[in-house]
Design a protein around this ligand. Sequence first.
Ligand SMILES: [Fe+2]
Ligand SMILES: [Fe+2]
Length: 297
Amino acid sequence: MSLRTDGIFEPRFYTLPCRVGESIWLRPFGDVHRDAPHHAAHEWQSWLKRVTRDSRPAWYFGMGDYCDFMRAHTRALVAHAEIEAENVQDRLNEGGKRTVEELAEELRPLSKRIIGLLGGNHWMELVFRKKGETTRVHSDKHLANLLDVEYLGTQSHLVLTLDDGKAGKRAEVKLIIHHGAGGGGTIGGGLNRVIRMLNGWHASIGLMGDNHQRGIVPVGSQLDSRLVAGRAVVVDSVRFVGRTGSFYCGYEPGLPSYVVDKAFEPSNIGTIEIELALRKHPRTGLHYVAIGGYQPA
Ligand SMILES: [Fe+2]
Ligand SMILES: [Fe+2]
C-alpha cells in the first residue's frame, strides 16, 4: 500500500503561558516547497524576517510540504529502481539532506517556539549509514529532529491549555490539524472539507494545508448549558476552519508546473494567524479562550 502521506496520527498536549486578559498567537506555516523552482523565496524570506522581529507571544506549527522532494508515485519509482541506480539514489539522498539542513537553519530562530511539525505528501526517505547500520528517516521528521521539535505525523489533535500560572486561571482550546486532503479548487470546497474533518472531533479549530488556499473563517457556535453557583448559564464556543496558505507560485513565465498543466487555481501566498485570548467571562465567571482568525498581509 502506498500512502500519499505517512498516515500517522498523533495527539499532543501543551501548556502555554498566558495572562488572563492577554493573548497569544498561533502561526501555522506550510506548503513552503522550498527546493521547488516555483518556491516563493521572496515572500518566504520576508515572512521569516517579519515574524522573528514581531514581539508578540507567538507559537508556530508546521503543516507539511516544507520541501518539494517527491510525491507518492515518484517515491515508488525510486524505491523500485534497479541497483545500478544506486549512485543516483546516493546523490538524491545527499541533496535531500542538504535541502533539509538549509531549511532547518532558516527556521532555527523560531525553533524554541515551534510546537511541532506535521508531515506532508511531498517528502522522501533519507538514508543514514553509520557503522554498517542503515536507518531511514522521513524528511519532515528529519527536519523536526534537526530543530529539536516534535514530529506530529500527518494529523494531530492539539490540546492547548492557556495557563495564567495562578490556581484556576486556565482554559483549554483544541485543534484538529491535518496536512490536507481534497477540497477542490474553490475556497468554499476547501473549507467544507475541513468542516467535515472538524465534525469528527472535540475541537474548536480545524486546519488543513495542501491545496495552497489561504483563509480562516468562523463556522458557527456550539452552545452548552452549565450550572455556575446554582445558576443556569449558557456558554458558547465558536468553531473556526482554515486552509493555511503556501509559499509556492505555480505561474512563473517559462517555468513548467503541474499547476499550469492542470489549470489549477493560483496559490494564495502567505499564512493565516490565530489569536487566542484567555478571558474571564463577565456573566459566568468561567475562564475561556476567545478565538480570532485572520490572514495577515
Ligand atoms: Fe503543497
Ligand atoms: Fe501537499
